[in-house]
Ligand binder design. Structure first.
Ligand code: 13P
Length: 256
């Protein structure tokens, strides 16, 4: 982590109930002085997080403010509810809802237009990884976002974040799934940063999202281009999530 960028630890609860104790006074889901924390619950639990003072956002939001889109909610509705963040382009949405890079770019813009902080997710699948296509895939997925960032000098990096999700490392319920090594993750994060417009390179937060947990967070977060985590499985276990946030806090103190 670079001292100029405040770490962000985001918990993605996916389609799971809020873990017991999430709203306790000492909950690890509350932001700390030198670490931002956010949670992505199901739509049903957004209101509970907001009422508990926990920064949160939807796992998906449509760009249109209202309309005939059964089963969806919009970025505008999430903002009106009191959300501060939104996920865009999570690998589950790309896989199970066939969201395209262009659709995801529209969600990204709509989130920003509604004063939400989008976390743009992208990453290669296992077969793309094995075929040596990682860089090609990342460039393709990032291109619409780079175009948006290039065209907007006023879009400062506190208004969005990126999350690199190596899909082959995502736990999908298997707590023993290995993350990318911190060295490999750092290499990819540095490459991603180099693809961003020059004026956004130093300030953009790039989170790592593939089996970050209490046992590997400190090492991953110590890498200069890893600015936080998008955490799935470990965000459902309060004690493990607490370890990640504490590792981030320590890292922030060392750098601050
Ligand atoms: P895991 O942390 O369970 O690998 O999930 C990563 C992810 O999909 C975060 O959104």
């Amino acid at each position: 982590m670079n001292p100029k960028r405040k770490l962000l630890i985001a918990g993605n609860w996916k389609m799971n109930p809020a873990p017991a104790g999430f709203d306790a006074d000492d909950s690890p889901f509350r932001s700390r002085k030198n670490v931002d924390v956010a949670v992505f619950p199901t739509f049903l639990d957004l209101r509970r997080c907001i009422d508990a003072g926990i920064p949160c956002g939807p796992q998906f939001g449509r760009p249109e403010p209202t309309g005939a889109f059964t089963g969806d909610i919009s970025m505008a509705m999430a903002a009106k509810l009191g959300c501060q963040y939104a996920l865009c382009g999570h690998s589950d949405r790309r896989q199970f809802h066939h969201e395209t890079d262009e659709e995801i770019a529209k969600q990204f813009v709509a989130a920003i237009d509604n004063n939400l902080i989008p976390i743009f997710c992208f990453g290669e699948t296992e077969s793309e990884h094995d075929a040596g296509k990682t860089i090609e895939v990342l460039k393709r997925q990032l291109q619409p976002i780079i175009t948006i960032l290039t065209g907007s000098l006023s879009l400062t990096a506190d208004r969005f974040s990126l999350a690199y999700e190596p899909v082959w490392a995502i736990s999908r319920g298997d707590p023993n799934k290995p993350a990318a090594t911190s060295k490999d993750a750092q290499e990819i994060h540095a490459l991603i940063r180099s693809l961003l417009p020059k004026d956004k390179q130093a300030s953009t937060r790039i989170l790592y999202g593939g089996s970050m947990k209490g046992s590997n967070a400190a090492e991953l977060l110590a890498q200069p281009d890893i600015d936080g985590g998008l955490v799935g499985g470990a965000s459902l276990k309060i004690d493990d999530f607490r370890k990640i946030v504490e590792a981030a806090e320590k890292n922030g103190q060392n750098n601050g």
